[in-house]
Design a protein around this ligand. Structure first.
Ligand code: CU
Length: 303
């Protein structure tokens, strides 16, 4: 789903891209992410192939773009972290709650891609990517065991499906986090069509993407020049692709088409990608082989 950003957040230069994204779904530009919606879930665009009677990131195997993920509150749900800073260089549990319209923590969640909660962390320079699965105490307090982070400004995203006030709502909510200390940024690698991770080579095919337009993206996995055909299911899929925009840290995540059938994934993974902003996006492609999770990253330019 692509959710138009609130008008206060949309810079003039981005409005056209947002309008395009909205037009794709045939929805009016309802710019307030807090407004009520008759569907009971997100308003916003989805890739046409993903349109269905139920909203949300249900992981049906179709490629799917999340909302822009930049709001801390949507559909009455609010992300409330226990802290806005994290200590530098040490493993640091991040506590947070998701509160409902009544202000109380939500305690009922539904699995999405096999997990009740997904937490992503990214540094403002698009390094330091983390994707972990927090655990919840009975009172609705989540704890995310974050790996050590270096000083800088970060954004933490929570992606989940919650049951609250008689509705089932899928949301991506985020907040900035600071890791105190002397921060130096790493330049974003230029756009590329190939990248390496743990001895695997990933090649991204798909040509020029346009903001807000559904696009087929194929990722091919090889090792030592040979096609890889033993990808294992990870979160009920053969790959998990997280995309973060280099400008405003807008968030999208995608899963390949097709169903999972044992440890036989690859070599080609096909996604339907709809990225709502023009500019550079950093793609983090996670896949599993022989019980080990790999994370590859590549920069993709969207026109
Ligand atoms: Cu996850």
């Amino acid at each position: 789903m692509l959710k138009p950003p609130t008008s206060s957040r949309a810079a003039p230069g981005r409005i056209s891209a947002v309008l395009v994204a909205t037009a794709v779904a045939g929805l009016a530009l309802s710019a307030c992410s807090n407004s009520s919606n008759t569907s009971g879930a997100h308003h916003g665009a989805m890739p046409a192939q993903s349109m269905s009677a139920h909203d949300g990131m249900s992981g049906t195997g179709m490629g799917m773009a999340a909302g822009d993920g930049l709001a801390a509150t949507t559909d009455g749900l609010t992300l409330l972290p226990a802290a806005s800073t994290l200590p530098a260089g040490v493993p640091a549990p991040l506590g947070f709650r998701i509160t409902g319209t009544d202000g109380h923590p939500v305690t009922t969640f539904e699995p999405d891609q096999t997990k009740l909660m997904h937490l992503y962390l990214i540094r403002s320079d698009l390094t330091g990517f983390q994707h972990i699965h927090p655990t919840m105490a009975a009172d609705g307090t989540w704890t995310a065991p974050l790996a050590p982070a270096r000083p800088g400004t970060y954004r933490a995203y929570t992606a989940f499906t919650a049951k609250t006030a008689g509705k089932t709502v899928s949301a991506v909510l985020s907040r900035p986090l600071t890791v105190p200390g002397t921060a130096t940024d790493t330049p974003l690698p230029p756009p590329a069509t190939t990248t390496q991770a743990d001895g695997y080579t990933l090649t991204v095919h798909g040509g020029q993407m346009m903001a807000g337009m559904a696009h087929t993206l194929t990722v091919t996995v090889t090792r030592n020049g040979r096609p890889v055909t033993d990808l294992q299911p990870y979160l009920d899929s053969y790959a998990h692709l997280t995309a973060i925009h280099a400008g405003d840290l807008a968030f999208a995540h995608l899963h390949p088409h097709g169903t999972v059938n044992g440890n036989h994934g690859g070599p080609a993974l096909t996604f339907t990608a709809t990225l709502p902003r023009a500019g550079d996006w950093r793609l983090f492609i996670q896949f599993q082989t022989h019980g080990a999770l790999h994370t590859a990253a590549v920069t993709l330019h969207v026109g």
